[in-house]
Design a protein around this ligand. Sequence first.
Ligand code: MV4
Length: 388
Amino acid sequence: MSFASIIAACEITGAQAVHPGYGFLSENAAFVQALEDHDIKFIGPTAADIRTMGDKITAKDTMKALGVPCVPGSPGGVPTLADAQRIGAEVGYPVIIKATAGGGGRGMKVAQTAADMEQAFHSARAEGKAAFGNDEVYIEKYLTTPRHIEIQVFGDGKGNAVHLGERDCSLQRRHQKVLEEAPGPCITPELRERIGKVCSDAVAKINYAGAGTIEFLFENDEFYFIEMNTRLQVEHPVTEAIFGIDLVREQLRVAAGMPLSFTQDELVINGHSIEVRINAEKLPDFRPCPGQITQFHAPGGLGVRMDSALYDGYRIPPYYDSLIGKLIVHGRDRPEALARLARALGELIVDGVDTTIPLFHALLAEEAVQTGDYNIHWLEHWLEENLA
Ligand code: MV4
């Protein structure tokens, strides 16, 4: 749907506000600008904040100035190969060249040594140009075995903000998250409090409004900012589970000019939560598998949440991505959450199309998943050894 048809729908129905969800137009500054120009409330941050965080160089400069720890690398953009070679020597190889307009892993190239730089620099620029119409790139030290840790923040748009701890989303395949959990298995209360305060202070200072996620790579007990998402995310239910709060309700409150319904001190973690993404995909290559659902049965019971619009006879359209459900479990601790996940997955029935359900049965049997001892590369290696 175009901006114009959404704005027309608002005017015809008298809708006062637009909730962006987490797809399509949720981080589109031009769309938010169009709503602002028509005096329709966008349930989220300002167009200006979305624009700032959408350009990765501007985002990093902004976060750095706000005191958020960043990956060492180029100050701003790198215009020429000679600059790239100088930065590479200064930062030390391996380095990663990233398109400023990138995201989802596109427009990223690793240079293992100085000899790789020319090729990596030109190909990152070309990919940025082709995919986003922007060939500006920046350079960072390449971290080899980090975890993906993201901090949930929430601002009221008036200089007040809180953090809601972290999610560990290290289990990914081709930059698609597969399983997410909160709290992070290797984040201590001290680490959480330190990085959480840095993040909530940063967004408070820019009068940020609504939900945001500040993404970090986490290696050797250090956090390194990489990107900020200016929306609620697919995996937000694990945060809702451990804090016992409704993040969408808070979005609506903030959009209506009300204060957040909790203070930082009132946000206390209770237990552990894990989400698995149920995709209509055929293993081992994860090929999208749209079609008709012949039988759907959702698991239930204490600490089980199934977010899905499926029903018997539902037709999965081929036009969107393959996420068809999210199974979220909550337990008093990580082992209880894992046991509950295994039980709930056993109850879940999705027939008629192939899904990622068998993948999760296999993953739950793995020592590394049981102990939480994995990094951003673990799943791809495991898939190669077990499914290829
Ligand atoms: C990195 C990195 C290592 N070092 N930056 C991938 C997508 C984008 N959000 C950032 N990404 C990475 N940036 C530095 N300096 C490794 C990745 C990366 C990654 C990050 C998070 C989750 C999964 C990943 C898989 C491959 C690479």
